[in-house]
Design a protein around this ligand. Structure first.
Ligand code: GUN
Length: 293
């Protein structure tokens, strides 16, 4: 038996079409063009690539991209000044400051300065707290993407024995909270967890976000389980470079019931979920009901 492959690319394409339709409806019915400000400080090559794909995705669905590039030498005060302007600008519905930031800037100060209603990354402590207390919140894009992918396999997550491996503020922690809000039974594993293979073997659903190439082996997986692999790791073997996940896919696909591939699983969904968050933020700020996506 081989696992069903969760086709993130196809699911993302359908969601992108729905986001584009909702965007056009907002523009024609209310004259509201959702605007997303993406701020990049410095010239980290990976960040430049991410920011370029975010801007392209925004334009493709008919939203307004408002990119800002600051030199790597910028001070915290300069960046805070830009965020104050974006917070006050009614054409800006979402603000995303690309991480990591240069060392002279404290990310906690920056993230807390973004107006929570415009925090499409969901990293502001107010949004993190709202998610943790089960209140409506802007939720980080990767956890939103994972929940949407899981729901293509499981109509309901109620009571599902779930193992979240990783507890970062960007993925593991908010995804655990989002899974709890779906009433899944959630165990969180991290660097100091003992007996990880045994824990894995009990999980009907496993979400992995640790940034370790092919760390999770096939014989750790419960037969028929759903596996969501958030990892994006570049590895070089035999002079060739390729992208792999945190799960050993070749082994896992023989045991799991459903699995996300890397690339082509969570990755393509994440940017579309940023568009969903921008749409939600724009509706919220205009006093309109939430979008139908
Ligand atoms: N850097 C890596 N992932 C992310 C993300 O989700 N949001 C932002 N702003 N920066 C990142």
């Amino acid at each position: 038996m081989t696992a069903r492959i969760i086709d993130g690319k196809a699911i993302a394409a359908d969601l992108r079409a729905a986001v584009a339709a909702e965007t056009h409806r907002l523009i024609s019915a209310h004259g509201l063009v959702p605007g997303l400000a993406v701020v990049l400080i410095g010239d980290n090559p990976a960040s430049k690539t991410y920011v370029a794909s975010k801007s392209r995705a925004i334009t493709e669905v008919g939203m307004r991209p408002l990119d800002h590039y600051l030199p790597a030498s910028s001070s915290e005060t300069e960046l805070l000044g830009l965020i104050q302007k974006l917070n006050a600008d009614p054409a800006v519905h979402g603000i995303l400051v690309q991480l990591p930031l240069p060392l002279q800037i404290d990310p906690a100060h920056i993230l807390a300065s973004i107006k929570p209603e415009k925090d499409v990354d969901g990293f502001h402590p107010l949004n993190a707290g709202r998610l943790a207390t089960g209140l409506p919140a802007l939720v980080p894009c990767t956890p939103v993407a994972c929940i949407k992918l899981i729901k293509t396999v499981h109509d309901s997550l109620v009571g599902l024995d779930t193992l979240m491996i990783g507890r970062s503020h960007i993925v593991g922690n908010p995804l655990s909270q989002a899974l709890l809000n779906e009433n899944a039974t959630v165990t969180v594993a991290h660097t100091f967890t003992r007996h990880l293979p045994e824990l894995c073997r009990c999980a009907e659903l496993m979400c992995v976000a640790i940034g370790c190439a092919e760390f999770i082996r096939g014989d750790w997986i419960k037969p028929g389980a759903t596996v969501i692999d958030v990892g994006i790791n570049r590895v070089s073997r035999g002079g060739k470079s390729r992208i792999v996940g945190d799960v050993n896919f070749a082994e896992a696909v023989k045991v799991a019931g459903a699995i996300t591939p890397v690339p082509g699983g969570v990755g393509p969904m994440t940017i579309v979920c940023l568009l969903v968050n921008t749409l939600r933020a724009a509706c919220m700020q205009a006093g309109l009901p939430p979008p139908a996506v």
